[in-house]
Structures are given as C-alpha cells and as structure tokens.
Design a protein around this ligand. Structure first.
Ligand code: OFO
Length: 170
C-alpha cells in the first residue's frame, strides 16, 4: 500500500509529465512553422518520452495498489519568440520538474517508503540528463545562433537525436 500523500503527489506528477508531453508537441508545431525541422523533431521525440514518463508512474501506482486519478491537462504555450527563448522556456520547465520529483523523493524518505524512493531515483537521474541536454543547446544557440548557417547546422544536429539522449553526450 502507498500513503495518501505520496499517492496524491504521484498523481500530480503524472499530470506534469503529460502536460510536458503536450507542451513539447506545441513547441514542435511552432518549430515546424518556423522551418526549424531538426528542433521540431527533437521536441516531438521529447514529447513521446514525457508520455512514457507519465505512463511509468501510472503503472507504478497500480502495482502498489494506489489510486490513479487523472486531472485535466493545462493548455500549453504556443508562441515562443524564437528558438533561444523556446529552449530557455524548456530549461525553466525542466527545472520545475526536477523540483517536483525531488519533493516526491523527500516525501518518500520521510515516510520510509523505500519502494517509492527507488522508483523516483530514476526520474532524478533522467532530470540530470534532460537539463544537461537542453542547456547544451542553449549554449550553442547563444554562441552561434545569430548566424543563419550556424543555426541551420545546430538545428540539423538536434534533428539527428536518437530516442535515447545518452548516446548524444559529448
Ligand atoms: Fe522532462 O521530464 Fe519527464 O520526468
């Protein structure tokens, strides 16, 4: 059995993961309209990953005999004012996700819920990778993005991302 408090926190996290998926889809549409097809592909892949993250928690709650309660998903932003602002938006969003998984980890620790602690550790590690990857793109865009041909290459490289971000690490 899982405590009421952790159950609620995990339901909120499912909603955040699904909202993240929705947000990345909205970004993908914006990027396609802007002709940045590589970034559009990157954000679309990210959207699928976020849905998987939400589903993983959904399954965990069911396995632990918790109660899944799906809430309405907030309407995502759709206007981003260029790629730098868009990736900065992602970075801030992912940092807020990091905070929310960290608070679940703290709650699990307080309640000595070892199973949830182990489960949520995966999300904490994932956030390290996500923040790193997004920050890397922001740095590239800030350094070279003003130049059209460099932007083309950065966008192209992002479009070559495979579904697992780990292999892209340099
Ligand atoms: Fe973007 O992160 Fe899920 O957890």
């Amino acid at each position: 059995m899982i405590s009421e408090k952790i159950n609620e926190a995990l339901n909120r996290q499912i909603n955040r993961e699904f909202y993240s998926g929705y947000l990345y889809m909205s970004m993908s549409a914006y990027l396609r309209e802007s002709g940045l097809f590589g970034f559009a592909q990157w954000t679309k892949l990210q959207a699928s990953e976020e849905l998987e993250h939400g589903e993983k928690i959904f399954n965990y709650l069911i396995d632990r005999k918790g109660r899944v309660e799906l809430e309405a998903i907030q309407k995502p932003e759709f206007n981003f004012d260029g790629p730098v602002k868009l990736f900065e938006f992602i970075y801030n969003h992912e940092r807020s996700i990091t905070k929310s998984v960290m608070s679940i980890a703290e709650q699990a620790e307080e309640e000595c819920d070892r199973m949830t602690s182990m489960f949520i550790d995966w999300y904490i590690n994932e956030q390290v990778e996500e923040e790193y990857q997004v920050h890397r793109i922001i740095e590239q865009l800030r350094c070279f993005g003003e130049d059209r041909s460099s932007l083309y290459l950065i966008d192209k490289e992002a479009g070559e991302r495979s579904s697992c971000k780990c292999s892209d690490r340099t």
